[in-house]
Write a protein that binds this ligand. Structure first.
Ligand code: KG4
Ligand code: ZN
Length: 358
């Protein structure tokens, strides 16, 4: 076992984690220290992430966050065995910050490095027990990844062996949440605000004129689509007069959320049927949504399905999940050297690269 120092800067979170697992500790109970700075406030006034501002802010934060993690762990770089970082996908300039910082540290402290694929981090994030020491899924499990950039179902056979079962053909779930929220005048990123206004609905809330679609819910495969749903939200919003907005926007938000949840549950249960895998783990930023969590708990309670959620603090981007992914590839770490980042990296290419380097 090794001490892994991990960095994440692929989008708008700068994050550092130290994953300490010594020979006496089981991999499932490592000591974890982590620190994170979210740039949400920085980008909010622009309604989305501004790449150059993101890169500059990562540069500004990464050093202090690293010191803070080492201080929390009462240790120094001496004790670190492996340095891991997100090498893609993501914003090129933003990715370069963690990559160059990690490679430089590894070079000067003579440590080995591991480039990690961001999605592998999300897919293995349900194996972080989190501050509540919650149970974690054993392999194999079905991972439903719902984030700002991805909506995918994977069979996680074992570490390093991931089979894509289905994905959205257009918008990611988080993207549909954020765009629908924006249409209702909610701040960026709107997922959490849309959930909040949906919760304002009550029995006497007025009806809206249209039922929102559950796109591709009955397709035989595990593919999904959310862009039409977003367009339906736009039409529903157009039918609402200014004075009706406070009463009707919560209803539209609730109906939108309900449509997403129904599609995700339907496709995930189908993935269990098709693969015979009876463990389900939900990860990515949208996994923070409590309505989604409650609906999955209800839908699986009478079935022989074990359900897991990534701990709340590790649903959105973080470095603990990068350290978790790195912990399965330690033997493949290499001395620092020439490096690259991969803004459009596929998970398959990343795993092939790690294997080729070993
Ligand atoms: O995983 P993540 O940090 O970013 C990507 O890697 O893409 O996820 C961010 C996404 C955003 O779209 C955000 O609106 C959404 O997760 N999100 C939520 C909630 N909290 C965050 N969506 C719905 N309900 C929430 N409570
Ligand atoms: Zn992410």
């Amino acid at each position: 076992m090794a001490n892994i120092l991990a960095f994440e800067s692929s989008c708008d979170e700068t994050a550092v984690a130290l994953f300490q697992a010594d020979a006496r500790q089981d991999i499932n109970t490592p000591r974890l220290f982590h620190a994170l700075h979210s740039q949400i406030a920085l980008h909010a006034e622009y309604g989305g992430v501004v790449p150059e501002l993101a890169s500059r802010d990562h540069v500004k934060r990464i050093r202090a966050l690293t010191s803070s993690v080492l201080e929390q762990a009462s240790t120094s770089l001496n004790s670190v065995d492996v340095i891991a970082y997100t090498a893609g996908p993501g914003l090129a300039g933003a990715l370069m910050v963690a990559a160059s910082f990690a490679q430089t540290l590894a070079w000067s402290w003579k440590k080995v490095v591991l480039p990690i694929h961001h999605l592998e981090g999300h897919l293995l994030s349900p194996r972080l027990a989190g501050e509540n020491h919650q149970p974690i899924p054993q392999f194999p499990y079905i991972a439903l990844l719902v984030s700002g950039g991805h909506s995918q179902l994977y069979a996680i056979e074992s570490a390093g062996h991931y089979r894509l079962l289905g994905e959205s053909v257009d918008d990611a779930v988080g993207e549909a949440f954020d765009k629908s929220a924006k249409m209702m005048g909610l701040p960026y990123p709107g997922g959490q605000y849309l959930e909040q206004i949906a919760s304002l609905c009550h029995e006497d809330s007025p009806k809206i004129n249209r039922t929102l679609p559950r796109p591709m819910i009955n397709s035989q495969d595990l593919m999904m689509s959310f862009s039409g749903l977003k367009t339906a939200v736009w039409h529903a919003i157009r039918e609402v007069s200014d004075e009706q907005k406070p009463q009707k926007f919560p209803v539209i938000a609730r109906e939108f959320q309900q449509a997403i949840v129904e599609v995700l549950i339907h496709k995930t249960l189908k993935a269990c049927d098709q693969t015979g895998i009876s463990r389900v783990a939900i990860c990515g930023g949208v996994a923070k949504n409590q309505v989604l969590r409650d609906a999955f708990i209800k839908a699986t309670s009478s079935k022989k399905i074990e359900l897991f959620f990534t701990p709340m603090e590790f649903c959105t981007d973080n470095a603990a999940m990068i350290a978790m992914a790195a912990s399965f590839h330690i033997s493949r770490a290499k001395p620092a050297g020439a490096y690259a980042v991969y803004p459009h990296w596929t998970l398959e290419d990343a795993l092939a690269l790690i294997t080729a380097n070993s």
